[in-house]
Write a protein that binds this ligand. Structure first.
Ligand SMILES: Nc1ncnc2c1ncn2[C@@H]1O[C@H](COP(=O)(O)OP(=O)(O)OP(=O)(O)O)[C@@H](O)[C@H]1O
Length: 308
């Protein structure tokens, strides 16, 4: 059984200009899987996350967490899911890290062994040694990890993460990603919404693209990258006579007062490609060779670029 199963969910909002944010959206997430949820602003990501989190009801369709319908079995669904929104608000600055967790745990109905659970959750996010530190003296990254710990208190099978690295420096963002990856290795399913392609690039095993309220692409991340139609961009600069460019591979060459620049989007990257580049540039004065693998950003751009 999938940890998360969303089937044909429709969500309409009324008002002067009624809007259908989700129009028959379906997806699943299995144990241990990190699914990256991508889409332009207004695509319906937050609406979907709120429905799964039992904060908003679908107009029609079903969403189940560990088999429990989020509408008719909301309490059971909530018992199996943790929600972590980005940012560091909502914590009590004058309480210690562990007391914040005890407070949140109490609110979500954990009665027995709460202090022990709180300490375990702090351990999971690398904050055990800060258990008794007042939250207002913790760094932003630490406070964000404390949010993650709060989402883990009741040992959920599904974690909904919305922008988990917002506002973090590169070191803290990487630490956060490491913790998320570690959680998935313990079998937790993660639905990750992020505007930072690097989060999804590094973490997700599968990518779902939400567009116009439907699941437009749902692919393992390696297959998703292939949607760009190329694997890498190559850029070679040099001086002196310009090389002969092969017509078959779509090379382009430009010249200026400093010399020439040759660019190409490669459809594959292997030893044959390397041989080809060597033979094109043989005997020419090459100043620089750059090969940039296509990232998620490039794929999203070619998928969603003109479709707002
Ligand atoms: N409470 C609401 N009332 C009316 N319309 C809403 C409401 N919540 C969301 N919408 C509309 O539903 C659509 C989807 O919004 P949603 O916030 O789910 O998108 P999103 O993909 O999360 O966007 P972003 O990336 O900007 O956070 C938008 O057109 C939005 O204006």
């Amino acid at each position: 059984m999938a940890v998360l199963e969303v089937v044909d969910v429709v969500r309409r909002f009324g008002g002067k200009q009624p809007i259908t944010a989700l129009q028959g959206f379906s997806m699943t997430a299995e144990a241990g899987e990190i699914v990256g949820l991508l889409g332009v602003n207004g695509a319906g990501k937050t609406t979907l996350v709120k429905i799964v989190a039992t904060l908003l009801q679908p107009t029609s369709g079903t969403a189940r967490v560990c088999g429990y319908d989020v509408t008719s079995r909301g309490r059971d669904a909530r018992a199996h899911l943790g929600v972590v929104f980005g940012g560091d608000r909502g914590l009590y600055g004058r309480l210690s890290a562990v007391d914040n967790l005890i407070f949140f745990g109490g609110l979500s109905g954990i009665r027995r062994g709460l202090r022990l659970r709180a300490m375990e959750a702090l351990e999971q996010v690398g904050l055990r040694d800060r258990a008794n530190t007042r939250v207002e003296t913790l760094s932003r990254g630490m406070r964000q990890r404390l949010h993650l710990a709060a989402g883990l208190l009741h040992q959920p099978r599904l974690l909904l993460l919305d922008e988990p690295t917002t506002g973090l420096d590169v070191v803290e963002a990487q630490r956060m990603r490491d913790h998320i990856a570690g959680l998935a290795r313990t079998g937790v399913a993660v639905l990750l919404t992020s505007h930072y392609p690097v989060d999804v690039d590094q973490l997700a095993s599968r990518v779902v693209v939400l567009q116009d309220g439907v699941n437009r692409n749902d692919l393992p991340i390696a297959r998703f990258r292939e949607l760009a139609g190329f694997v890498a961009e190559v850029r070679i600069t040099g001086a002196g006579p310009q090389p002969q460019t092969p017509t078959s591979e779509g090379f382009e060459i430009a010249t200026d007062q400093h010399g020439w620049t040759m660019t190409c989007r490669l459809r594959r990257w292997d030893l044959g490609t390397l041989d080809m580049l060597t033979s094109i540039t043989k005997g020419h004065a090459v100043a620089e060779l750059q090969v940039t693998p296509v990232g998620l950003e490039g794929v999203l751009h070619s998928l969603l670029g003109g479709s707002r």
